[in-house]
Design a protein around this ligand. Sequence first.
Ligand SMILES: Cc1cc2nc3c(=O)[nH]c(=O)nc-3n(C[C@H](O)[C@H](O)[C@H](O)COP(=O)(O)OP(=O)(O)OC[C@H]3O[C@@H](n4cnc5c(N)ncnc54)[C@H](O)[C@@H]3O)c2cc1C
Length: 443
Amino acid sequence: MKTVPEHRVWRNWAGTATAAPARWCRPRSEAEIAAAVKDAAASGLTVRALGSGHSFTAVAATSGVALDLSGWTGITAADTRTGLVTVRSGTTLRALNAELGGLGLAMANLGDIDVQTVAGALNTGTHGTGARLGGLATQIEGLELVLADGSAVACSASTRPDLFAAARIGLGALGVVTSVTLRCVPAFTLLADERPQPLEEVLEQFDALAEGNDHFEFYWFPYGRNALVKRNNRVAGAAGTAGSVPPLPAWRRFWEFEVMENAGFGALCRLGRARPRLIPALNKFSSSVLSARTYTETSHRVFVTPRRVRFTESEYAVPRESLGFVIAELRRAVPRLAHPVMFPVEIRVAAADDIWLSTAHGRESAYIAIHQYTGLPYQDYFDRFEAIVAEVAGRPHWGKMHSLDAARLSALYPRFGDFLRARSEADPEGRFGNAYLTRVLGR
Ligand SMILES: Cc1cc2nc3c(=O)[nH]c(=O)nc-3n(C[C@H](O)[C@H](O)[C@H](O)COP(=O)(O)OP(=O)(O)OC[C@H]3O[C@@H](n4cnc5c(N)ncnc54)[C@H](O)[C@@H]3O)c2cc1C
C-alpha cells in the first residue's frame, strides 16, 4: 500500500472545505484498509475515508489519515435474478451505472450527478426525487465495514441490525465501509418531460404532480415567475423503440446540456459576479428562456446531467405539506437580501423511510435546495433559509451547508440517541471522528 506522509492539501469540489491530512493512504484490498486503520491507531491518528469530495460541508475532512479509496472499485458479485449487487465502496456511481447497464440492471433512483463514490453518496444520505421512492440508502441490503479495531464485519437487517441501521447513513462515523450490497432493478427507460410552468400553478398542483409522476422535481429562479418542471416516468421498452418518443440527438444533448446549461449559464453567472446589480435581471432572463423538451433515454442518462458551473449549496428536507410555506417565505426573503442570488432553487420529493439519520426518516418529505454561484456571498441567504425551515422542523442534508449542531439535530431525529449508541459501540475512541462530526454528533 502506498503511504504518502506529505502534507498534501485536501479540498472539496465547491472549495468550501480544506484539510491537511497528516498522512494519505491508497489501499487496494480490505486487508490494506484494516492495516491503515490499525496503523493510524498506533500513531494516535484519526481516519477518514474519502469519497469524491462532493460534499459541501467538511464531513470528509481530516487532519489524520486520509483514505483514498479510488483503487478499491468494481462490482464483486451480481445476481441478475434478484437484482442484488455487491460493489466495492470506492466505485463511482458513474462506473456503477455503466457496469449495471452491462448486466441489464439499474439503480431504482439516483441524484443529479454521478461522480460521487458509492460510499460517499450513501454516507451522507444522497437522494434523487420520487414520492414513492426513498434516497439511495434505502436500496442497501447489506454492508461490510472495517471497524476501529481493524476487524471486518458484515451487517444487514438480520445480522447486527443496529450497526446496519446506523451505518446505512453513517456519516463515515461507524467505520470504513468496504463494500455495499444494493438491491437493483431491471434496467429501465424514462420518458423525460421538462417544461416551464408558472410557479403558482406548480404549487397548487404540487401534490398531484408529486403523486402522479415517478420522478417529479422543479427548479425556480427566485426572481422569476416560472418554474422548470421535470417529470420523468418509466416506459416499457428501450429508448426510441418504434412508436415511442425518441432520445435527444447527440448534437442537441451537447447543445442543451453543455452549451446552454453549463457554458451559457456559466457566462451569465460570471457576468452576475462581476456586476451583482444585474443578477435579478439575469435571473429573470434565465427563467424566461426556459424551454420544453421531451425525450426517452436509459434511466441514469436522464437522472444525471453534467454540472460544470461551481456553486455552494444548502438543502433541507421538510414535511411535504410544509413546502408551500417555505417557498412563500423564500419569495419574501430573497428580494430583501443584500447580495442577490444567481442560482435557481431546486425542489424534490421522497417517501418516508426508517433509516436512523435519513433526512426523510418517518415522514414524506420535500427537499428544498438553495444555491449560490461560487465566489458570490451566500451566508445571509443561507441563514435566512435556515431560519425559515427551522419553523417546520427542517433537517439539513448531511453533505450540504448548514449550521446545526448535535443539540438541534437530536431534536429532529427520533433515533439520534440510538445512532450515538451504535457509534460508541463501533468506535469507542472516536477513531473516525473529525470536527464536523464533533459538531453534529457531539463529543
Ligand atoms: C454538483 C453536485 C451535485 C449534487 N447532487 C446531489 C443530489 O442530486 N442529491 C443529493 O442528495 N446530494 C447531491 N450532492 C451531494 C453529494 O451527493 C454528497 O455530498 C455526497 O456525499 C458526495 O459524495 P462523495 O463521494 O463526494 O463523498 P465525500 O463528500 O468525499 O464524503 C462524504 C462522506 O462519506 C464518507 N465516506 C466516503 N467513503 C467512505 C467509506 N468507504 N466508508 C465510510 N465513509 C465514507 C466521508 O468520510 C464523508 O463523511 C451533490 C453535490 C454536488 C457537488
